[in-house]
Design a protein around this ligand. Sequence first.
Ligand code: IPM
Ligand code: MG
Length: 357
Amino acid sequence: MKEYKIAVLPGDGIGPEIVPEAIKVLDKVGEMYGLSFSYEEGYIGGAAIDAVGEPLPQETLDLCKKSDAILLGAVGGPKWDNLPVEKRPEAGALLPLRKALGLYANIRPSVVYEELADASTLKKEVVLGTDLLTIRELTGGIYFGAKYRSEDERGSFAVDENKYYVDEIERICRLAFKIARTRGNKVTSVDKANVLETSRLWRETVVALHDKEFKDVELEHLYVDNAAMQLILRPTSFDVMVTENMFGDILTDQASVMTGSIGMLGSASIGGEVALYEPAHGSAPDIAGQGKANPLATILSVAMMLKYSFEELKAAARIEAAVKKVLASGYRTPDIMEEGKTLVSTSEVGDLVVKAL
Ligand code: IPM
Ligand code: MG
């Protein structure tokens, strides 16, 4: 029996409701595939501020470092929005956690489920068949560059430095090419090389890497503004998209919601000793505590955990199939509800997925 230690960080808002549903599912596939999971909970985000006065306690970081994988719910909420930036759940917990664990690659799938294609704001015939994987650089660029305010003769100003090393660009693009080889064999690299020096370095680096190691993979370049447009014009033509931290932040919101509901998409942050899995959506404080949250993104995140951290591809595929089955049987949380379907609660969805397994 293989044993895995999972650090569980439920966080804020709907986090504590969706995480237990994913654990139900993990336990069930564990039984089926001879895997045993043990869980240890840690505080993060607003919950950590309330409990111990800081958003990312050292204890939580230590727990993450000694675990085989991390399952995170969501962080943030209006209660903590007015704290100084280093105390805020997002900038004070998520970003330092990514940096401290060396999670340089964020992988976010945008898959359109046939059963949900009508829920998209885009026309069904445009989105149907979309299966895009965005690989976002997660520990460099403008998010982590020097930030400061100062003053000169003209007045006060603010600076956010955007800096990329060649080796940072190479490692994320190498990952993108490798993953593309396991799927549609195409990489779209997104930059703003017509304006930004970091983007010119990005493009040179990706082209050189492609020439040297990945000639067999199709490589396309798009400027980020055009990429935003092409994403809604021809989403099905994308396979793997790779881009820098901030462009990736923006494009993955767009790429995820156009599939119908952001409540359906998981994500993996990898690259360090231990990887982190979380739904692509936020803490949704407006619906917290009401059993309305869609746990499928978190459930699909544990499928990604099985795939990327434990190489249990069959177990991962089994979860994905169970999720499809639940949707095909007509069960829906409010975010994806349509006429003629059966409305169910957060925990009912978890039970249904377990049953489908
Ligand atoms: C994300 C989020 C974070 C980011 C925020 C909460 C700091 O938007 O994971 O995409 O910008 O990376
Ligand atoms: Mg974001």
